[in-house]
Design a protein around this ligand. Structure first.
Ligand SMILES: [Cu+2]
Length: 143
């Protein structure tokens, strides 16, 4: 009982500290995910990829004002072996695709074979949120 109370108070304090520390903190239940594309799917190129988000919003890169605290934009990570540095802006190259306009889907040209896909939300300056909103990394096979 005593331990339980201490734990609860500690997590409450941590929660308060977190919300004071940064305005770019998504709620704990927020998540990003692929819509209609399952891990292990066999697909043809171009692959239609839809980005889902729950508990947080979508807004274009560079958004000013309060909206930037409650929304971000999607990034598609392609064939990455590891998650990029979550304390830095997300790189922009063929393996890190930014959806600056707040797009929620794309048609992706991929060569035949296995590919991994992962979503990572970024803020107005393309930095991941804290905690990051990152999807499961799925593997698809392009025929
Ligand atoms: Cu970005």
């Amino acid at each position: 009982m005593y331990i339980h109370v201490v734990t609860t108070v500690t997590s409450l304090l941590l929660l308060m500290a977190a919300s004071i520390a940064t305005a770019h903190t998504p709620p704990e239940e927020a998540r990003v995910f692929f819509v209609g594309l399952a891990d292990g799917a066999v697909v043809t190129s171009p692959v239609k990829v839809k980005f889902g988000i729950d508990g947080f919003g979508i807004t274009p890169a560079g958004t000013k004002g309060k909206r930037r605290h409650t929304a971000g934009h999607h990034h598609l990570l392609i064939d990455l072996n590891r998650v990029p540095d979550l304390d830095e802006p997300i790189p922009s190259d063929a393996q890190h695709i930014h959806f600056d306009q707040g797009e929620t889907e794309t048609r992706l040209e991929l060569p035949p074979g296995q590919h991994t896909l992962q979503l990572l939300l970024g803020d107005e300056t393309h930095e991941p949120h804290d905690p990051p909103l990152i999807s499961e990394r799925i593997t698809v096979t392009v025929q």
